[in-house]
Design a protein around this ligand. Structure first.
Ligand SMILES: Nc1ncnc2c1ncn2[C@@H]1O[C@H](COP(=O)(O)OP(=O)(O)OP(=O)(O)O)[C@@H](O)[C@H]1O
Ligand SMILES: [Mg+2]
Length: 403
């Protein structure tokens, strides 16, 4: 049989499991990334140094290689390109409209509103000048203004780039200016800050069935920059709250028009209901789709995605229901001389995977975006307390020697 190529859009660290899955299922992996030294480049069967936001070049490459499918995971950046390529080649994938619905936070707000789901009071702006009155200015989507505290964010970025919680009026304009720097389409959101517990919802939709496979409770760094530090699966809520989350999740999948693929969403469970933060038609980042979801549910999201991409959409079935912790490591600032204990930590029973993004010689700074965290721990167990204990053990086992 001739080789069947699957194009993997992005070859960064967290695309490696996807490239490996493509190969394990018997396909050839063609990976692209603007960075020729991307770690996935070495393990793909073929690599091309193409920017993952360059739709035209990616379409040309996909046509030239006559690819059988196109996939990407764990990042929003590749989703519009994925949609362009699959549409151009007539392959399974999100339509450009669904790609927009699930990567643009202003569009998500509109669609959630239409579906009668809860949004914070929100405003969308395309200039600093218009945004500066957002706190008090009355608007259909923000009666009486967005108020304080509020959150400022780009409409189309990720990894908490340019996302800030604002407590005082004086901080609004600088935060708006920062958010504009990270907005590709030149728009930002200023939103009411919703108090509550943030949850992530992890699942997929295949063969016409929407599955919710994991719900986590998220903890963050203190403001202004809001960086996720720990996700507990399952979120410790009563059954009724889980049912409400499930219902909101299903409605959002429909409202955003998601027809197939992995789903990753963020919601805030507040005393007056469940609010949308964002929802994506791709797997959750930092190993959530590749490691956490399979560990807790038995569903291999990456495999399902690859089969779907080549026109072989298969139903999925949960086979277990376990607990997991995804915790991020952040060490004190300084220049790293040596890292101790990582290999030992990787052997601790219950560790699915743990790794550091840093190396000797690096200078550590307090993170202001997700990509500046220093490492991660993924653990699994029957009970959440046990998974948390294993994560604590890993943290204790790893240490940094500074210069
Ligand atoms: N309106 C809001 N009310 C309360 N908290 C919010 C609100 N909007 C965002 N946040 C918090 O800020 C975090 C980052 O915001 P958002 O998810 O919109 O940005 P992002 O760039 O996609 O970040 P990430 O990639 O880390 O999810 C959210 O996960 C949530 O904790
Ligand atoms: Mg987010």
């Amino acid at each position: 049989m001739p080789d069947r190529w699957v194009l993997v859009i992005a070859a960064s660290y967290w695309q490696i499991p996807l490239i490996e899955t493509v190969r394990r299922l018997g396909f050839k992996a063609l990976a692209i990334d603007r960075n020729p030294d991307a770690p996935g480049a070495k393990i793909a069967d073929k690599f091309a140094p193409v920017d993952i936001t360059d739709g035209e070049s990616t379409i040309n490459l996909a046509k030239m290689m006559k690819v059988s499918g196109v996939v990407s995971d764990q990042t929003d950046l590749s989703v519009p390109t994925l949609a362009k390529v699959t549409s151009a080649l007539g392959l399974p994938g999100p339509s450009p409209e669904v790609a927009f619905n699930t990567t643009n936070k202003a569009r998500m707000r509109e669609l959630a509103k239409k579906a009668g789901l809860k949004n914070p009071r929100f405003r969308v702006f395309s200039s600093v000048d218009n945004a500066k009155n957002a706190i008090d200015e009355d608007h259909e989507d923000a009666p009486g203004g967005v108020g304080l505290p509020c959150v400022v964010k780009p409409t189309d970025s990720q990894a908490s780039r340019g996302v800030q919680k604002i407590e005082y009026r004086k901080d609004l304009v600088p935060a708006v200016e920062e958010a504009f720097q990270f907005s590709r389409e030149g728009r930002i959101l200023v939103e009411e800050y919703i108090k509550g517990t943030e949850v992530t919802v992890e699942g997929c939709r295949y063969a016409g069935v929407t599955h919710l496979l994991g719900v986590s409770a998220k903890r963050h760094t203190p403001p202004p920059h809001i960086i996720a530090m720990n996700l507990d699966f399952p979120a410790p809520f009563p059954v009724e709250t889980h049912e409400k989350i499930h219902e909101t999740y299903n409605k959002l999948v429909d409202a955003l028009g998601i027809v197939a693929g992995s789903v990753h969403g963020e919601l805030i469970v507040s005393s007056d209901g469940i609010y949308l933060v964002e929802m994506a038609n791709r797997g959750g980042g930092s190993g959530t789709s590749s490691h956490v979801v399979p560990a807790i549910s038995g569903v291999d999201l990456l495999e399902a995605n690859v089969w779907y991409s080549v026109g072989d959409e298969r139903p999925v079935q949960r086979t277990m229901d376990r607990a997991s912790v995804l915790r991020f490591m952040v060490f004190p600032p300084g220049k790293v001389r040596e890292i101790l204990g990582l290999e030992k930590a990787q052997q601790i029973p219950g560790v699915v995977r743990t790794d550091l993004y840093i190396k000797p010689g690096d200078t550590l700074v307090p993170p202001v975006m997700d990509t500046q965290r220093h490492g991660y721990i993924i653990t699994v167990s029957e009970a959440l307390e046990e998974a948390q204990k294993v994560a604590d053990e890993v943290e204790k086992a790893i240490s940094i020697v500074y210069e």
